[in-house]
Design a protein around this ligand. Structure first.
Ligand code: AMP
Length: 362
């Protein structure tokens, strides 16, 4: 099914990813319609239409779905049961399956393991007693994470010693199970990694896959700080196995659109950490650094169009996030003629808030 230029693309979520998707959609002649609960946001400012509504409010979701020709999403913490209702009358790309697997950490780890990928040893935990047992089994150092709704290092706590377990449980909000089938938290053995990197690919509606070059990513305080290409040779040596795994996952899910998998490069090879069924912060450099950006290819994929080339346009690219007050340096950044500045139009600057990013070519 082809959604031709001139049609309206529905984007669930109104943040910076939605903003950059809407900009790419406009370039191809599409209108974008955002669904988000906020009074305004980075994406609503650049879209043709906007439905204000909560993500679990079926009435808003239905009105939104009736007004658009295809629906996609910019984040995975959407209730698949609510969006599943949409799938009856408007194409949902990527599908509910991609959403279901990637929004719950144990599902994504099991998915990668089934495809032959390695993960850090992990255990689901439902309460402090299970956490204490899991710490005994896995040992320390470890990281406790909420199974859902975590982002940018939120919902995570380090456990360096056995005695830290109770404090970590409180630090992630002492979560309770949502239902009988899911655990609220996961304990992971801390990986001693050489580097972090991501595989960003896009799978078209016809099954064709393009893969961007592998960025080496540095996180600070759980938040992505920089993505650099090319990655160091010791990291690149692990990229092809990771790319094969990510392709296998995309095919297994019948995924349509961008899929991002994050990995740790270790002395024992790549370890899968997590995946996102969407465009990703570690792919922002593709706007200027690749022949076709992740945003444009995502729009092409969900509309059933051929994908554009994902090759690098220059040998070296670097992206840096502007977090909190970093964005106040916009004059200094623009004084460098090789810097491409992106500001997301967020009114309020807060520590840890992603306000924009810069990409340097060459
Ligand atoms: P995540 O939300 O899982 O992507 O975690 C955010 C960041 O925390 C990662 O990019 C790593 O820098 C760090 N981290 C998460 N899990 C682990 C782990 N098992 N071992 C070491 N570092 C981790």
């Amino acid at each position: 099914m082809i959604v031709a230029p001139g049609a309206t693309i529905g984007i669930v979520g109104g943040g910076q990813l939605g903003r950059m998707l809407a900009i790419a959609a406009a370039q191809l002649g599409y209108r974008s319609h955002i669904l988000s609960p906020e009074a305004s946001g980075p994406a609503t400012e650049v879209a043709a239409a906007w439905t204000r509504g909560d993500y679990d409010d079926w009435e808003s979701m239905r009105r939104f779905g009736e007004a658009v020709d295809v629906v996609t999403y910019e984040f995975e913490n959407v209730d698949p049961h609510t969006v599943a209702g949409l799938a009856g009358f408007v194409p949902l790309r990527p599908s509910c399956l991609s959403l279901d697997v990637s929004r719950y950490r144990p599902n994504e780890k099991q998915c990668a393991e089934r495809m032959g990928g390695a993960t850090a040893p992990w255990r689901t935990v439902r309460d402090p007693a299970e956490l204490a047992a899991a710490v005994d089994q896995l040992g320390t150092p470890a990281i406790l994470k909420t199974c859902m709704f975590g982002y940018d290092g939120k919902g995570q706590a380090r456990i360096d010693r056995r005695e830290d377990a109770d404090g970590a449980w409180q630090a992630i909000g002492a979560p309770s199970p949502q239902d009988a089938n899911s655990a609220p938290a996961i304990l992971e053995k801390r990986v001693d990694f050489l580097a972090e990197f991501s595989v960003i690919l896009c799978r078209g509606a016809d099954g064709a896959i393009v893969v961007w070059d592998t960025p080496e990513n540095v996180h600070r305080g759980g938040i992505l700080d920089t993505s650099t290409l090319p990655a160091r040779p010791e990291v690149l040596a692990q990229a092809s196995a990771a790319v094969e795994l990510a392709k296998g996952i995309a095919e297994q899910l019948g995924h349509i659109g961008v899929l991002t998998c994050e990995f740790f490069a270790t002395v024992d090879g790549p370890i899968f950490n997590e995946m996102a069924p969407r465009v990703h912060n570690s792919g922002h450099w593709t706007i200027e650094g690749a022949v076709t950006s992740q945003f444009e290819n995502h729009i092409r994929a969900i509309c059933g169009l051929p994908l554009g080339d994902a090759g690098l346009v220059v040998p070296k690219v670097r992206m840096k996030n502007l977090i909190g007050e970093d964005a106040a340096r916009w004059r200094e950044i623009l004084s460098d003629p090789c810097a491409h500045l992106h500001l997301y139009g967020k009114g309020e600057t807060r520590p840890g808030r992603k306000m924009g990013h810069v990409t340097w070519l060459g």
